[in-house]
Design a protein. Structure first.
Ligand code: PMP
Length: 433
């Protein structure tokens, strides 16, 4: 089939694939990764902070000394050794034997992302409703969309998900909601955290309505203080599927995450995973197991937290000093992201080409909603760029916003048409075509 075009395939795609479109993040990465661009767009941990030599030696030994198992197939659920280690990690957040957590109910996955995909495969039929924070994690939206589910967003404020809005959404879904998908701690993208009082309220509402909770917790251990809220799963034994990952506490390149499922669900979860990937990588599991057994992983998490706290401060200070009046933003107590709300009339998606031309990248808020809202918002990452680059990025962004506001004052709320492929009259920059 040489010379075929996209159109030749359009009618062949399965229904679940037809709604797939390029995500904002994917389209941006190509441009944002150029060295001259300050990227506040990604979500990458600062891997340079790892002791890479020691990790390299450890992985070398994993091949030379343990290669006959680490380079072999494994079992679908993941190795017992790693599942035991995962239980030790979870016990630091209060998810322990006393709350019913056991290695038997842990399923090792290819990152948290596969965990979310498995949950969707298990519970979602086309047309089912998923309740999720608005905004929510773009990768989860992709999973729910591929399952042909309908995402209904539930409002958040600085204290996280709003319980009254959740109650209303559950009632409005009239029994069609399969689960609540939530990132209660250091949320991606909003950077907010569900308060303790609200955690109980949210759990009570879900219990009362028989609504399953999918708790996604990649950032819970990345607190900027000594007080981190306890996960939902540490508060209830049943009714919660807990998803987490080593991507943010160790390294995303290994692609190791896990699901802690209610006992009744675990078997189906393993079957779904086997159908999907046969088994998670024995080598990657071995690397995480060795890392947790022989290296100072708790110290490493502390290192990440310190680096990110410094960078969070750099971002918040720069926003305070440089943003135009009318801009607001969240103040994360952990995690990787700040969520900003632009002054009335600015459109983060429309502004993006000019921002790239000014050599700064962010993710427009629309990527984090299933319904196209979020034009007045953007997500800023502070884990990857060093503090001086963060400040420079905010300076560039503020310049673009000032320009947009000035144009708006002259031309009114609708920006004048721009020539295609041109990044802006007075800021010629990289070709965005
Ligand atoms: N959930 C959330 C909220 C995330 O932000 C991410 C990654 N950015 C994931 C899940 C998936 O992470 P991974 O597959 O790397 O474990």
């Amino acid at each position: 089939m040489t010379g075929t075009t996209q159109d030749d395939y359009t009618d062949r795609y399965a229904r679940r694939v037809r709604g797939m479109t390029t995500s904002e993040i994917r389209a941006l990465f190509a441009v944002a990764s150029r060295p001259e661009v300050v990227s506040l767009a990604g979500g990458s941990p600062y891997i340079a902070a790892l002791p890479l030599d020691a990790v390299g030696e450890m992985m070398g030994r994993l091949a030379t000394e343990l290669g006959t198992t680490s380079l072999q197939y494994g079992i679908g659920q993941g190795t017992m050794e790693l599942r035991e280690r995962i239980c030790e990690v979870m016990s630091l957040s209060g998810i322990d034997a006393a709350t019913g957590a056991s290695p038997d109910d842990v399923v090792v996955t290819v990152g948290g992302q596969q965990g979310l995909d498995l949950v969707a495969r298990l519970f979602l039929d086309p047309g089912d409703v998923v309740l999720a924070e608005g905004p929510t994690y773009v990768g989860a939206l992709g999973v729910f969309q591929a399952a042909q589910a309908q995402v209904r967003h539930v409002a958040m404020d600085a204290d996280g998900l709003v319980p009254a809005a959740l109650e209303e959404a559950v009632v409005a879904a009239a029994g069609r909601a399969k689960f609540l998908y939530t990132i209660p701690t250091y949320q991606n993208p909003a950077g907010v955290t569900l308060t303790d009082a609200r955690r109980e309220e949210v759990l009570d509402i879900c219990e009362r309505h028989g609504l399953l909770v999918v708790e996604d917790d990649p950032y819970g251990m990345l607190s900027f203080s000594d007080e981190a809220p306890r996960p939902l799963r540490s508060r209830r034994r049943e009714g919660i599927i807990y998803v987490s990952t080593f991507s943010k506490t160790f390294a995303p390149g290994l692609r190791v995450g896990w699901v802690l499922a209610p006992h009744a669900v675990r078997e189906k979860l393993v079957m779904a995973s086997e159908a999907n990937i046969l088994c998670p990588s024995a080598f990657a599991q071995g690397a995480v197991t060795q890392y947790l057994s022989t290296m100072p992983w708790r110290e490493q998490i502390k290192t990440y937290r310190e680096i990110y706290r410094e960078r969070r401060d750099a971002l918040l200070d720069a926003l305070r000093d440089l943003m135009p009046a009318g801009t607001t933003w969240t103040r994360p107590e952990g995690g990787l992201f700040v969520w900003a709300t632009l002054p009335e009339g600015l459109d983060s998606k429309a502004m993006m080409p000019r921002a790239i031309a000014a050599r700064v990248a962010y993710v427009p808020g629309t990527g984090f909603y299933a319904d196209g809202t979020g034009r007045q918002n953007l997500r800023l990452n502070f884990s990857f760029p060093p503090p001086d680059r963060i400040r420079e990025g905010v300076r560039r962004l503020a310049g673009v916003m000032e320009q947009e506001l000035a144009m708006r004052a002259v031309f009114g709320p609708t920006p004048p048409p721009r020539r295609r492929g041109h990044a802006g009259a007075d800021t010629p920059g990289p070709d965005l075509a």
